[in-house]
Design a binder for this molecule. Structure first.
Ligand SMILES: [Zn+2]
Ligand SMILES: [Zn+2]
Length: 257
């Protein structure tokens, strides 16, 4: 193992607990066990929550949402450290975890391009970096796929009539648009976000991509919110028979069925 001069002063920190870890690793041994990726489990394809927590009442514009974690505890602390705690380098660990999860859940060669949910220019300026684009670009490198910025976001507080006249979608809300000069025609897009709450932003991005001819939009996020532990406990007691699990698992990946 190599220890560089700098790493002695700025050691790598575990994504989850913040403890010092070996260079080029992202998660400590203890947390690797605690936050082991649970793949091929029964989850809703739209909210990525376990079935007992899903309260989806409608379909979405994206075809599938993949997310390894719920936004809680160590996962939540990791995102906060990354977005506002000055630990910008955490994008590497987040992307590493997401790439492993996506690799388990789908055949990445079916994806043509990776893009990220855009942020407003004002937010970009205040944070100093585009947290979602950093994750998406790193993820693309790990999955050996191209990363391209495809979308842009207008400020939420700009009145409709003041929106950029070149808005191409005619979108009623008009906050997301395709960037000039890019094409998504007949492409399958992996759309990356850091956390997903209602899925409304993903929907707006996915709708925009599809208006411009994208074939499929698979969304991926580090975490989803909406987990209710008391329901998880109740559900864990009811073991599903294997054939039911298999049916649900197939339903989980409609994109490839
Ligand atoms: Zn740890
Ligand atoms: Zn759901």
């Amino acid at each position: 193992m190599e220890f560089s001069f700098l790493s002695a002063f700025f050691p790598e920190r575990c994504c989850f607990c913040g403890g010092v870890i070996r260079p080029r690793e992202f998660v400590c041994e203890e947390c690797r066990e605690k936050h082991a990726l649970r793949t091929k489990t029964v989850k809703c394809p739209y909210c990525a929550l376990p079935r007992y927590d899903c309260s989806c009442t409608r379909a979405h514009y994206y075809d599938l949402l993949l997310s390894p974690y719920v936004y809680d505890g160590d996962v939540r602390r990791c995102v906060i450290r990354y977005k506002s705690g000055g630990e910008k380098q955490l994008y590497k660990g987040i992307a590493d975890i997401m790439s492993q999860y996506i690799g388990f859940e789908l055949d990445a060669s079916k994806i043509d391009v990776i893009t990220s949910v855009p942020t407003t220019p004002a937010r970009l300026k205040s944070r100093g970096f585009d947290q979602t684009a950093l994750i998406a670009a790193e993820l693309a490198g790990k999955l050996n796929l191209p990363y391209e910025p495809l979308l842009r976001k207008f400020s939420d507080d700009v009145p409709q009539k003041q929106l950029d006249p070149v808005s191409r979608t005619g979108n009623v809300r008009g906050t997301i648009d395709l960037l000039g000069g890019v094409s998504v025609e007949d492409r399958t897009v992996l759309l990356v976000d850091d956390i997903v709450t209602t899925g409304a932003t993903l929907d707006e991005c996915a709708a925009t991509l599809k208006i411009f001819g994208a074939n499929n939009v698979v969304a991926a996020a580090f975490a989803v919110s909406g987990y209710r532990p008391e329901r998880a406990e109740k559900y864990a007691k009811k073991q599903l028979p294997p054939e039911t699990r298999e049916l649900l698992r197939q339903e989980r990946i409609p994109f490839f069925s």
